[in-house]
Design a protein around this ligand. Sequence first.
Ligand code: AMP
Length: 171
Amino acid sequence: MADLIAALTRKVADFPKPGVQFKDLTPLFADRDALVAVTKALAGTASGADLVAGIDSRGFLVGAAVATRLGTGVLAIRKSGKLPPPVLSESYTREYGDACIEIPADGLDLRGRSVFLIDDVLATGGTLAAAARLMERAGARATGAGVVVELPALGGRAAVAPLPVHSLSQA
Ligand code: AMP
């Protein structure tokens, strides 16, 4: 699995800023067999969750695929400015700058839900930690997180602890 992911990842130096090597998973997602394998592997780590939340925007692709496989709904955790108010927001710092993610503050009852978080890449962990806080504020509980690529040097796993993170590859 890790070899397949590495082979289908486009690595771009100094993007979006100097010093960052961007992992572009577009070739992986466009490959039928790889997408099925990744979806299956992440779904296998998410059992027990009754909702999957994908993080804007590449987390939407895998999150929706995993939700379909598990037979759950999917929640899109959006970047700020995309959703109409009222929203619940969490600000955070990530590998290449500050950011903010949001979910609707009404019309959606997440109380008591068990949510599995999905993103493409785990870097510093700021994004997933903020997503877990959002779930808590909405009355839900993040049970775990799944990512396709983990960048261990950036310490994201420790930053999101005690939330368990399942990564399919490390780079
Ligand atoms: P972080 O919050 O630092 O763990 O960053 C994770 C979020 O930023 C994910 O939504 C990723 O899509 C994106 N990201 C951070 N670093 C990279 C990277 N080197 N390559 C691709 N995406 C990244």
